[in-house]
Design a protein around this ligand. Structure first.
Ligand code: NAD
Ligand code: TYD
Length: 358
């Protein structure tokens, strides 16, 4: 069992990273160390997701560092200042649609940013500081499945969007740093996450908010693409497990074993949100709008996560019904967080790009 004292979390103001920090500081009593959150606060980073923690733990167990993972001098300074022993690398450009309209930032952050962090970690590790580097990645690196089968850790990489290609590149770099230099790394590839604090450009929060606001519900293509959904806390518990007992140099798939066609998921959400918000579900169904398909839209993802279950004893705790209900409740009650996001640059982007698709 590793003793983690100074954890550098990158992208901790984003969806999964902020949940990770909340879970660690509020829900893991055996963790007594410090978290350093390095985030550039792009459109997807939101310090409002962490304000309560800054008040409760700020300065001692939680430190926020505003900066770019591509800035080597800045990253080196953080390793020195905090004596970082663990890196949990969430920071990325994460939305497939954006990668289609503007791939460059994906290459910069996901490839060059990961490279920069690896170099800084290698430098600190060479000086004798024990550093473990955990890289967070996606099942999308494996490509698209037909009607059967599931991605395992040995499935060959076949990324098909600029997003997944940039994540695949970063995965290869992480593995190369282990094989070439011996840097202690672990890597995880997870399926689609859902839960609180997710930026509402992704399917589930976008649909929840559009249902409540009476806006069109844009379904890409025929709506029959399939995704595997895992509750964000289950993903983060898996990461925590890997940090403690994962084997150096190994990769682990994480998933919900929970496949849903998009259109079926949308009908389920319509029923759930309508019930909680006092809406007529049949009227809401009338706002479903089939729009032009995403270019290169992967048909199906499914994850075989038997390795992490068998070798590290992780299992999913939150069922889909429970997780979706918690998520809908969160978006219906955290209106100031939602309003802060919906009024900004994001809204402008959605209007511009949905215009193009229609
Ligand atoms: P997100 O877009 O919500 O958050 C990304 C965070 O990274 C933001 O806070 C942003 O400000 C920060 N960031 C972006 N560029 C940066 C830079 N150059 N320097 C420093 N910070 C920067 O993403 P997310 O959904 O929380 O995903 C986190 C990680 O998990 C990503 O690596 C993603 O590829 C991976 N992942 C996500 C999912 C999912 O369903 N969301 C599934 C599997 C894997
Ligand atoms: P998304 O949440 O963008 O995640 P990813 O592309 O990484 O899987 O999309 C999930 C699925 O939902 C994907 O098949 C695309 C589809 N989708 C829609 O049909 N409409 C939408 O408005 C969005 C955002 C996604």
């Amino acid at each position: 069992m590793r003793n983690l004292k100074n954890i550098l979390v990158t992208g901790g103001a984003g969806f999964i990273g902020c949940n990770f920090i909340h879970q660690l500081l509020e829900g893991e009593p055996e963790f007594t160390g410090r978290i350093i959150n390095l985030d550039a606060l792009t459109y997807a980073g939101n310090s409002a997701s962490l304000t309560d923690l800054a008040g409760q733990f700020g300065g001692t167990r939680y430190c926020f560092e505003h900066g770019d993972i591509c800035d080597r001098g800045f990253v080196d300074a953080l390793f020195n200042k905090y004596g970082v022993d663990t890196v949990v690398h969430f920071a990325a450009e994460s939305h497939v649609d954006r990668s289609i309209y503007g791939p460059e930032t994906f290459i910069k952050t996901n490839v060059m940013g990961t490279f920069t962090l690896l170099e800084a970690a290698r430098n600190a590790w060479k000086q004798g500081d024990g550093v473990v580097f955990h890289h967070i990645s996606t099942d999308e690196v494996y490509g698209s499945l037909g009607e059967t089968g599931a991605f395992s850790e040995t499935t060959p990489y076949d990324p098909r969007s600029p997003y997944s290609a940039s994540k695949a590149s970063s995965d290869h770099l992480v593995m190369a740093y282990h094989h070439t230099y011996g840097l202690p790394i672990t890597l995880s590839n997870c399926s689609n996450n859902y839960g609180p604090y997710q930026f509402p450009e992704k399917l589930i929060p976008l649909m929840i908010l559009n249902i409540v606001e009476g806006k069109p519900l844009p379904v890409y293509g025929d709506g029959k693409n399939i995704r595997d959904w895992v509750y964000v806390e289950d993903h983060n518990r898996a990461v925590w497990t890997i940090l403690h007992t994962g084997i150096t140099g190994e990769k682990y798939n994480i998933g919900g074993e929970n496949e849903w066609e998009n259109i079926r998921l949308l009908h389920t959400l319509i029923d759930l949100v309508s019930k909680k918000a006092g809406l007529d579900p049949e009227k809401v169904r009338g706002t479903i709008t089939f729009v032009k398909d995403r270019p290169g839209h992967d048909r199906r993802y499914a994850i075989d996560c038997s390795k992490i279950k068998r070798e590290l004893g992780w299992t999913r705790k939150v069922g889909f019904e429970e997780g979706l209900a918690k998520t809908v409740d969160w978006y219906l009650t955290n209106t100031s967080w939602v309003d802060g996001i919906r009024s900004g640059e994001y809204q402008h982007w959605v209007e511009k790009n949905y215009g193009e698709r229609d």
